[in-house]
Design a protein around this ligand. Structure first.
Ligand code: AMP
Ligand code: MG
Length: 523
């Protein structure tokens, strides 16, 4: 197996001079060298062929012992000097100080086809940033990260990718719900891949130490490699960089809203400066449309990271990044202006995105109202977001809404059909009347609109119970559900009639089941 490494991060940025692997505060450094822990019995669970190809590897490599050894941490590839990145962050609205890669170990950057891919082993043991934790990951959370990152990629959402999922053969002690019930679970390592794993928190760390030289060095590095059209080293360039991060963040979160994804832990240490969805923990997909929903029980009191608040939180996090970059710019006004633009553009992008979901090719002044009324109607009774939007494309422009035929189009989206009262019917009939009127302004045929809508509204998403079924099987060494889901989720917008069973509302058994509706940060 041959990987061509070209390590820019660790060769162009300052290293921690201390190489002892014990928890500590690290100063004036972007990372610390650390060696992955050797697992006792690594076994390959799954690989993603597309990511194998991205890295310039071939099928034969995947079948080799070398592959398992390298991507579980047993052997270190030539020219790799593994390291953990140092970053800080705001967690749940509070400054948390230094955090860093507590269990992600970077092997380096693989160069292939003129692209560079940073590769990380998540769950590969303790680092100087592990604090009091063990540096490990359990199979449960690893299956979730492995499947979800790839599902997001195929949905068209910017994200880190997943190369491989390997069980370590070691038991890991976890208190899954933080309620005093500890139990051993199987350990696992996911190899994840991205152009870069740099987070808002990497910049916040240096700003908090008033280490402006390192801050400047990191920012120059990031601009040079990831925003190459921006000038390096001037306040104007730093402002453009900040603006570019705002744009990337907005684009990412608008996609989340489109597909009904709730990240669950939008702390600034989990915000990529490339606008990639990163750190899949207690995330979830909206099943019934509910803007107040968050899957993360750790956040249940304030629901800070609820579905309907993600664009706002993105803005709050960008304020923290603006504060961190301020010493390089020393001018509040243009930073504030860019933040204001973020807020304005979020509002207009949201409307444009929702219009697309409705099959509208342009935005009119009244569309905001149509969307607001839709959001209210969707909350009248439990209504499945994915099924609703997918089936909405069956609506015909000339269809009258006089009788119940409009309800029949969306009836499969309702969780409890007996809740469809006369009032609920009336609300939908009224909404469909307005929708039909709006569609009269469009020139697309019903068929054209359906094709366009079905490219925006996915048929298959990784519903929480689906991930849980994959986990339940994987814990018994049955990896067929992982394989099946990975296959379906590669084409989330296609009909795939042979997989129709996964185009279904959450089953009743999953309504309040741990892992399906409730997740904690324990992973
Ligand atoms: P997260 O909420 O998963 O993004 O994690 C927040 C911080 O805790 C990051 O610095 C992680 O590296 C660290 N962390 C989470 N779980 C572990 C673990 N099991 N061992 C060491 N560090 C961890
Ligand atoms: Mg994290």
């Amino acid at each position: 197996m041959k990987l061509t490494l070209s390590n820019t991060f660790s060769t162009q940025l300052p290293a921690d001079t201390n190489t002892i692997n014990e928890p500590r505060q690290v100063l004036n450094a972007c990372y610390s060298y650390v060696t992955p822990r050797i697992p006792s019995n690594p076994q390959l669970v799954s690989v993603t062929p597309q990511v194998v190809t991205l890295l310039g590897l071939i099928n034969e490599d995947v079948l080799s012992k070398d592959f398992i050894n390298v991507f579980s941490g047993v052997t270190i590839i030539a020219n790799s000097k593994p390291y953990a990145m140092c970053y800080a962050g705001h967690q749940f609205g509070n400054w948390a100080g230094q955090l860093g890669d507590g269990r992600a170990i970077n092997l380096g950057e693989v160069q292939h086809n003129n692209l560079r891919w940073a590769i990380q082993l998540k769950g590969a043991g303790r680092t100087p940033y592990s604090r009091t934790a063990d540096g490990l990951a359990v199979l449960r959370s690893s299956v979730r990260e492995y499947l979800c990152a790839e599902a997001m990629h195929h949905l068209g959402v910017p994200t880190t990718r997943s190369l491989s999922l390997i069980t370590t053969g070691d038991a890991v002690l976890r208190d899954m719900l933080y309620n005093g019930n500890q139990a051993y679970e199987q350990g696992a390592v996911v190899c994840r891949v991205a152009q870069s794993f740099i987070r808002f928190g990497n910049f916040e760390l240096f700003a908090s130490h008033n280490d402006i030289a390192s801050l400047r060095q990191l920012t120059n590095y990031t601009i040079k490699h990831f925003y190459p059209s921006i000038e390096v080293g001037t306040p104007q360039g730093y402002l453009q960089f900040f603006k570019a991060v705002c744009n990337a963040t907005r684009t990412m979160i608008i996609h989340w809203q489109r597909v009904g994804f709730v990240h669950g832990v939008m702390n600034t240490d989990n915000m990529s400066v490339l606008g990639l969805t990163i750190d899949y923990g207690p995330y979830g997909w909206l099943e019934s449309y509910d803007p107040n929903w968050t899957p993360n029980t750790t956040d249940s009191q304030h629901s800070r990271y609820r579905y309907g608040n993600q664009l706002n939180v993105g803005g709050w996090n960008l304020v923290q990044l603006a504060n961190a970059l301020y010493p390089l710019i020393e001018n509040v006004e243009p930073l504030q202006q860019i933040l204001d633009e973020y807020t304005e553009q979020c509002a207009s992008d949201y409307i444009t995105m929702m219009c697309r979901k409705l099959g509208l090719t342009y935005v009119t002044a009244n569309d905001k109202l149509l969307i607001n009324e839709l959001e209210l109607a969707l909350q009248l009774i439990e209504t499945d977001m994915t099924i609703f939007f997918r089936n909405l494309s069956n609506f015909k422009k000339e269809q009258t809404s006089e009788n119940n035929n409009v309800i029949n189009i969306i009836i499969d989206a309702f969780y409890i059909p007996t809740e469809i009262t006369t009032n609920v019917q009336l609300a939908w009939v009224t909404w469909f009347k307005n929708y039909a009127l709006r569609l009269q302004l469009e020139t697309q045929t019903d068929t054209e609109r359906k094709v366009a809508m079905n490219l925006t509204n996915p048929k298959y998403v990784l519903r929480n119970y689906m991930a849980q079924l994959a986990i339940d099987a994987a814990e018994k060494q049955d990896y067929t559900v992982i394989e099946e889901l990975q296959l379906i989720l590669q084409q989330p917008y296609s009909e795939q009639p042979q997989h129709q069973k996964w185009f279904a509302k959450r089953p009743e058994w999953a309504r309040n089941k741990i892992g399906c509706s409730m997740l904690s940060c324990s992973s």
